[in-house]
Design a binder for this molecule. Structure first.
Ligand code: FAD
Length: 182
């Protein structure tokens, strides 16, 4: 297979496509199966650090932690605009960011009031059952894909990555991991 990239072309006998939300742009059979969903976050200025650990609230619709310097990282509030938080536009918007501000003030008053240093958005890849998909790329022998981490890639990717490595080494079948979409 010949891979064409900005940094130069490559030839490889095995390829693993791991572009997550962007998979349907390269693999049309995943269109509508892997859906782009926007997630938004904010980071405050540093300050006192009353919270330890990682907080996962309202079934994960809000999540936050404090960095060692006290910076609050808060994400979520997608449920305030579910129909709008879809697609490939990686930009925060006032509705969800306002909801994050409100959530912080209401739920953790001791953390609110400090300046917000940064607001951003990223694109997640959702599947219907929340589990990632792994499979062979149709009509391209030696190429496999994994996509649809459904907003939980920081944990799911550990086992998924190990499985993909085994597939690339010819030691496992992609279809054995989970359902395959053709
Ligand atoms: C705001 C936000 C908060 C999140 N919070 C959490 C959390 O608290 N816990 C958690 O577990 N997960 C969280 N996630 C989800 C987590 O970030 C993803 O599940 C994880 O990043 C998926 O990893 P990935 O490598 O599959 O895809 P990505 O990290 O999305 O990487 C895909 C890469 O492919 C690149 N790409 C796309 N198209 C092409 C192309 N044609 N050619 C080359 N490269 C391409 C993209 O630029 C990108 O770098 C969050 C996501 C967002 C947006």
């Amino acid at each position: 297979m010949r891979l064409v990239a900005d940094g130069g072309d490559l030839t490889a006998s095995r390829v693993v496509v791991t572009v997550n939300a962007y998979a349907p742009q390269l693999l049309p059979h995943l269109d509508g199966v892997v859906r782009p969903v926007r997630g938004q976050m904010l980071a405050t200025a540093p300050g006192p650090r009353p919270l330890t650990g990682v907080w996962y609230i309202d079934d994960g619709f809000q999540y936050l932690r404090q960095l060692p310097d006290g910076t609050v990282l808060l994400g979520g509030c997608r449920q305030t605009a579910l129909d709008e938080e879809v697609g490939y536009r990686e930009e925060p918007n006032p509705k969800v960011q306002g909801a994050l501000d409100h959530f912080l003030a209401q739920t953790f008053p001791e953390l609110s009031g400090r300046p917000v240093a940064r607001r951003w958005a990223g694109i997640m890849a959702f599947t219907d059952d929340g589990l990632p998909l792994v499979g062979a790329v149709p009509e391209l022998p030696g190429a496999i894909y994994a996509a649809g981490l459904s907003g939980h890639g920081l944990s799911l990717a550990f086992v998924l990555g190990r499985h993909l490595a085994a597939c690339a080494a010819g030691e496992a079948e992609p279809s054995l991991f989970h359902r395959v979409v053709r």
